[in-house]
Design a protein around this ligand. Structure first.
Ligand SMILES: Cc1cc2nc3c(=O)[nH]c(=O)nc-3n(C[C@H](O)[C@H](O)[C@H](O)COP(=O)(O)O)c2cc1C
Length: 318
């Protein structure tokens, strides 16, 4: 029960109702159990699991994490336990809480996305799916699914036929414009978009002249990607009528408010959780103070409220 004396942080992302706008981002919160000793999962509005594939994946060879200053580079390669172990062993332990459970799915080919969803549909208590379509599509020579709008639309449409649960499409930012991919996901029947995944980056050890990741390039995340993410959220917000979940470099309450103003209905926190797994609870408390001080009655009134300086403030999509 929410305390009537406290500002209400609840938001809706389409059909998904959250008690606050803060998700843990995929790959930064394990399967929802890993941080149980150090953080209260229920302080999150929701959490997105590590991306799951049909079979377990080992991921890439090490080194696959490099701290760069500032930010993080990773080439984990979607190492995961596979859908079956998650469904049988983990899901019963992470369903039923206050935080919504969103299962992330990443596969090499379209059929496998469908197969994973079909298996997950048998598991009670899952609130929705995030389709990680930023990952390589083996049938298109390893190009990310979401770099091809036609593939994006078909994939989302195929998954849509398999489930009535909430679906968000997580798109790659490694494109000139997010608009075509965003519209394709909407046309395929996505309930929301998750923007953004990591940005391609690279780190070099000047002394040894070696790359710091075994895969040479990897995914860049953390505070420096925030301006890119904000731009993609804004572009997406103006291109589609489905809600957007903003992701990229979020580390404090001001970041959250900025993403909402740019067009997000909720946000995800990724890299910052590695430094402080209890951060979402602290940000939630800060957001309550912000609402009190600024007289904000509902966080959803911020969504898309960017004042463009031309006397035009774009409103919440209908
Ligand atoms: C170590 C690591 C692993 C990640 N694994 C996944 C993953 O399995 N699936 C996915 O969709 N995104 C994954 N991501 C991307 C994050 O969910 C997020 O989109 C990205 O890191 C940007 O947010 P941030 O700057 O707050 O970290 C991963 C990120 C990191 C740092």
């Amino acid at each position: 029960m929410s305390d009537p004396a406290q500002p209400d942080l609840s938001v809706r992302v389409g059909s998904l109702a959250l008690h606050n706008p803060l998700f843990a981002a995929s790959g930064c919160y394990g399967y929802g159990l890993e941080y149980a000793d150090v953080a209260d999962r229920d302080e999150l509005g929701g959490f997105v699991t590590k991306s799951l594939s049909l079979e377990p994946w080992k991921g890439n060879a090490p080194p696959r994490l490099a701290e760069v200053s500032p930010g993080l580079l990773n080439s984990i390669g979607l190492a995961n336990m596979g859908v079956e172990s998650f469904a049988r062993e983990v899901a019963p332990q992470v369903t039923g809480g206050r935080a919504k459970l969103i299962v992330s799915v990443a596969c090499n080919v379209m059929e496998e996305y469908e197969q994973v969803i079909v298996r997950l549909e048998e598991v009670p208590g899952i609130d929705g799916y995030e389709l990680n379509i930023s990952c390589p599509n083996v049938e298109e020579g390893g190009m990310a699914f979401s770099r091809n709008p036609a593939v994006t639309e078909e994939l989302v449409a195929r998954v849509r036929k398999r489930t009535r649960r909430w679906i968000s499409a997580k798109l790659t930012p490694n494109v000139a414009s997010i608009v075509e991919g965003a519209q394709a996901a909407e046309a395929g029947g996505a309930d929301a978009l998750s923007l953004i995944n990591t940005i391609v980056g690279m780190a070099v050890d000047w002394k040894t002249r070696r790359p710091r990741l075994a895969t040479i390039t990897g995914g860049y995340s953390g505070p420096p990607i925030k301006p890119v993410a904000l731009a993609k959220v804004w572009e997406g917000y103006n291109a589609v009528n489905i809600p957007i979940v903003g992701i990229g470099g979020i580390a404090n309450w001001k970041d959250v408010v900025e993403f909402l103003i740019a067009g997000a209905s909720a946000v995800q926190i990724g890299t910052a959780l590695y430094a402080d797994p209890a951060l979402p609870g602290k940000i939630a408390a800060d957001l309550r103070r912000f609402m009190e001080v600024e007289g904000v009655a509902s966080l959803s009134e911020l969504t898309g409220s960017l004042d463009t300086g031309h006397g035009v403030t774009v409103g919440v999509p209908a």
